[in-house]
Ligand binder design. Structure first.
Ligand code: BG6
Length: 541
């Protein structure tokens, strides 16, 4: 997450002389600055395990294409795709090209709605090479070693875009083949390992996986991805908090009543039932994506934007999460409803499956800033609306000045950071309504990215790939944070009484199970409706 200071902005901060130390390490050649002053990443060979998979087709290749359009890849870049199944490089290139064209033709997608830039695609295509092989076959690693040894001191990134069962065997074979050994001194090439989620399925498996991988690579070589951190709107949480004087003074227990973090989806399991049956909504989203949002919104200010400074503060935050108990968590499963079939009717789902497709939790962060402030987290499939957002509700004013007027109750101030599908922030506050009588009306002030910034085709992996090439680990998960996050939810995954969490039904297309409402009602609070309407404006009445 490199920062590009605005050179024309006057510096008014007392600490303004401090330069962020995570910044773009010098490129070995004199590159022409592109995309908002950024330079191409250093040359490297990107080896993608899982070249024939969905992730490569839908996200990695479009992101690489976008980086190429922005001139952020080095001329000497190479992309080797490893997958089982014989096919010529030309066939692979053609498959990827077709997918990209389909995405571009889809008006609803954010991927170049319209037309691909042929030059940029050709630039990428010329650098692609397919290598057939099983992920656990030693000869794949011998071949890779031979390829990389042809360029002594070359940089390489090994991207594991594969099922989690391959994380250990691939890392082990890379290690044993000497592919993770970094060079020394001036001739030293970097070797990095990118690992997708799910990183473990509970605390014990995450510890085991970390220990295994760390026996072949050092922590600084490992880039554990949580794709939520690739979203601009998620990265912007730090900007909103730390680039504005307005928020930080009130960002604490004295002023904040509660925080709601929502990742609601309207889609069901979309052909992923085999994976989902083993995983469920809680493991799929809670200790990773939702905790990452919690981390961004609740961490202490870091001393700098250096990767370790940011990750240390996040690690402290995860460490302060009070372990969740089953009483603080509600599981649900969608049943036939207005938006479609029930989970049990989905293909590949067991007829008596108790896998949860919805999870809500009340989380407390035990530190000086947040003691006593509940963070309510929820996620689910086939809900009433697609909505990923964080709503920070402020406490009521201390004194009801308007108590002898027709005003009975004030609407609370709420700052909402909208992450998906709408991008921006909104603030709900109160004003006097026009007229001779003192009456208070709730209004909303809203900022939308589209109103201020030109649309930029982005699939969410561009920054992550670019940062990995630069060696900037700010947006990646460290081993300790992964483990503390799993630790915080371990009592839910393995209840002490040996029982299992109850799973409550909710209608497909609804707001979720009634028990999730009860979780907040017992604290005298309520979820913000998923199908919200902004305060009605007079002209719209
Ligand atoms: C993935 C989960 O990590 O995140 C999916 O496995 C989920 O189940 C997805 O749908 C949500 O991501 P986004 O970016 O679409 O909100």
């Amino acid at each position: 997450m490199s920062t590009t200071p605005n050179p024309s902005a006057p510096s008014t901060q007392s600490g303004a002389a401090r330069t962020p130390s995570c910044k773009v390490s010098a490129s070995p050649h004199d590159a022409v600055p592109s995309a908002a002053g950024k330079k191409p990443a250093p040359p490297c060979t990107l080896v993608i395990f899982g070249a024939g998979g969905d992730l490569t087709r839908r996200l990695l290749m479009p992101a690489l294409y976008n980086l190429a359009v922005d001139g952020l890849l080095d001329e000497r870049m190479k992309i080797i795709g490893v997958n089982h199944g014989a096919r010529e490089t030309g066939e692979w290139v053609e498959e990827l090209h077709k997918s990209l064209q389909q995405f571009a033709a889809d008006k609803a997608s954010t991927f170049h709605a319209g037309k691909l830039d042929d030059n940029a695609w050709n630039w990428v295509a010329q650098r692609l090479e397919y290598m057939a092989g099983e992920f656990e076959a030693d000869d794949v690693f011998t071949q890779l070693k031979q390829r990389l040894d042809q360029q002594p001191g070359s940089n390489a990134i090994f991207y594991l875009a594969v099922g989690a069962r391959f994380f250990k065997p691939i890392s082990e074979r890379l290690g044993k083949a000497g592919l993770l050994k970094e060079g020394d001194g001036a001739n030293g090439g970097f070797r990095r390992l990118v690992i997708e989620k799910p990183f473990g399925t509970d605390l014990a498996s995450a510890r085991d996986l970390n220990a295994h991988i760390l026996s072949y690579a050092s922590e600084s070589q490992i880039y554990r991805i949580d794709h939520f951190l690739g979203k601009d709107t998620v990265q912007s949480i730090l900007a909103v908090r730390f680039a504005n004087a307005l928020f930080e003074p009130i960002w604490r227990r004295e002023y904040i009543d509660s925080v709601q973090i929502t990742a609601a989806e309207t889609i069901g399991v979309e052909g992923r039932a085999r994976f989902y049956e083993q995983t469920g909504a809680f493991r799929d989203m809670m200790p990773n994506h939702l905790f990452q949002l919690l981390g961004m919104v609740a961490m202490e200010p870091p001393n700098s934007f250096d990767a370790e400074a940011v990750r240390n503060k996040k690690a402290e935050l995860f460490d302060a999460i009070q372990p969740l108990t089953p009483d603080d968590v509600v599981f649900g499963q969608y049943q036939k409803g207005p938006s479609g079939i029930g989970y049990l009717e989905e293909p590949d789902v067991a007829a008596n499956s108790t896998t949860e497709t919805y999870a809500a939790a009340r989380v407390f962060v035990e530190n000086w800033r947040w003691a006593g402030v509940p963070f309510y987290l929820r996620t689910g499939k086939r809900l009433a609306a697609r909505r990923t957002e964080i709503s920070v509700q402020l406490k009521p004013v201390p004194f009801l000045l308007f108590r002898d007027t027709p005003v009975d109750a004030l609407t609370p101030n709420v700052l909402t950071l909208r992450i998906d599908p709408s991008h921006g922030t909104s603030f709900d506050f109160n004003v006097k309504t026009p007229g001779p009588v003192m009456q208070i009306g709730a209004v909303q002030s809203s900022f939308d990215y589209n109103d201020f910034f030109a649309a930029h085709a982005n699939v969410g992996y561009e920054t992550l790939l670019y940062d990995c090439m630069l060696g900037d680990a700010t947006l990646f998960q460290r081993a300790d944070s992964i483990e503390t996050s799993w630790c915080a939810v371990d009592d839910v995954l393995h209840p002490k009484n040996g029982g299992a969490m109850a799973v409550h039904g909710y209608a497909a297309g609804s707001e979720g199970p009634a028990q999730a409402d009860a979780l907040l009602a017992r604290d005298g609070r309520a979820w913000r409706p998923l199908q919200q309407s902004a305060p009605v404006r007079k002209s719209q009445e």
